[in-house]
Design a protein around this ligand. Structure first.
Ligand code: ZN
Length: 150
């Protein structure tokens, strides 16, 4: 298991160092803010919609390695997806990091996002990993309020 954890760490460090879709969009359809006061993570998420589908996505902000890697992988995962698909994946991801579902034994749509499954063993990091997904959930639901993990 040690090797596996090392691999996970490498992926997270890579996304932290070179976050995907770390940019501001010129014509966003939706802008959503998210905060995790416990750790100081902050994300500004922008989605450009084409009907029900995410055509482009960008995020900005600052935070710990877990939150940034989670944001980076979240943006890569939601591009080209419908709102309903995004809500389903966000729900599964949040349950996974809380330890409420086991992605190895229960069917899911998480794919590569399963590398965050180990976060459930680090309670202080669960909100860091979940922040970007709570934020995209609020964005597709059309929530007028900023997301706070508190
Ligand atoms: Zn954090």
């Amino acid at each position: 298991m040690a090797d596996l954890n090392e691999l996970y760490q490498q992926v997270i460090l890579d996304h932290n160092k070179k976050p995907r879709n770390f940019k501001a969009l010129e014509t966003p359809s939706i802008t959503q803010e998210g905060h995790n006061p416990l750790c100081g993570d902050h994300i500004t998420l922008q989605l450009e919609m084409d009907g029900d589908v995410v055509k482009d996505v960008g995020f900005q902000g600052s935070g710990c390695a877990i939150s940034k890697a989670s944001s980076s992988m979240m943006t890569a995962a939601v591009k080209g997806k419908t709102k309903a698909e995004i809500e389903a994946i966000a729900d599964e991801f949040i349950k996974m990091v809380r330890g409420e579902i086991d992605p190895e034994t229960e069917s899911n749509h998480l794919g590569r996002l399963k590398i965050f499954a180990g976060v459930k063993d680090f309670p202080a990091r669960v909100k860091c990993a979940a922040l970007s997904w709570r934020t995209v959930q609020a964005a597709v639901e059309g929530s007028p309020d900023a997301v706070s993990t508190e």
